[in-house]
Design a protein around this ligand. Structure first.
Ligand code: MN
Ligand code: MN
Length: 267
């Protein structure tokens, strides 16, 4: 069953810290009595056996220990997969997707990643750091941890990353090309990586890198619902509570989480 896993790590952020405190805030918004626990696809997340929660990982969240923290993320995700669960991680800057995919790729070597983001995150290195949150999809693709990468909502493409996308055969669906439901009809196994800054900052101000011109919450949900294939795991990253306004981005993150979980359960 889908199993939540909190990842309190933000040392690989390049601009602002904050996503380490995201897991508790997203859980709180998910539990909030302002809304019921049914997803739009008709799944009751409060039903017995619908959803599990493995808690938060005990990470040090220090730059000098990032190797240990990445090893712990990979170990914990691998353990969930061995138990037959589908990991859905909350929080962290986007660097966490790399160790998550290391664990997933061992079990599922033919994965397609659907990556929602304002940014391609394909830098070879950023400010001298290869593990920066600007780099995870370069690491994932050069180590062949996924068969195919589809990026949705991109609106900060530059020359270097365009070269990287071409080198790795990444399918980039830029924001200005949406809607792109047809491109999400995937055969086989799917992993969803959802960076909250894919959304327009009007809807989700609680991110480190506010990039105007992004998706409405409705556009994001419509694209999530359009995904075909079997979803074996997901992450919601880059929610930054420090930047949030009245918790509205936590509410949006919980809504996105609900719809991903509903899609995973409803198939
Ligand atoms: Mn990102
Ligand atoms: Mn981003």
């Amino acid at each position: 069953m889908p199993t939540l896993l909190g990842i309190p790590l933000d040392v690989n952020s390049s601009y602002l810290r904050g996503p380490a405190s995201a897991p508790a805030k997203i859980r709180e918004a998910l539990r909030c009595d302002a809304s019921n626990k049914w997803t739009e696809l008709g799944v009751d997340l409060a039903a017995a056996g619908a959803l599990a929660d493995a808690g938060d990982l005990p990470l040090k969240n220090l730059r000098e220990n990032v190797g240990d923290d990445f090893a712990e993320i990979e170990r914990a995700v691998g353990e969930l997969l061995e138990q037959g669960e589908r990991p859905v991680s909350l929080g962290g800057d986007h660097s966490v997707t790399y160790p998550i995919l290391k664990a997933l790729a061992r079990r599922y070597p033919e994965l397609t990643i659907v990556h929602f983001d304002a940014h391609p995150d394909l830098y070879e290195e950023f400010e001298g750091r290869r593990l920066s949150h600007a780099c995870p999809f370069a690491r994932i693709m050069e180590e062949r941890l996924a068969k195919w990468l589809v990026q949705v909502g991109i609106r900060t493409m530059n020359g270097h990353q365009r070269e990287q996308a071409a080198k790795f055969g990444v399918e980039v669906v830029e924001m200005r090309a949406l809607p792109a439901y047809e491109r999400l009809k995937i055969h086989g196994l799917v992993y969803i990586s959802f960076d909250m800054d894919a959304l327009d900052p009007a809807f989700a101000p609680g991110v480190s890198h506010r990039e105007p011109g992004g998706m409405t919450v409705r556009e994001a949900i419509a694209h999530l619902h359009a995904i075909e294939g079997t979803i074996v795991g997901a992450d919601i990253v880059e929610y930054n509570p420090v930047q949030d306004v009245s918790g509205m981005t936590a509410t949006v993150a919980a809504k996105i989480l609900k719809e991903i979980l509903g899609k995973m359960i409803a198939g």
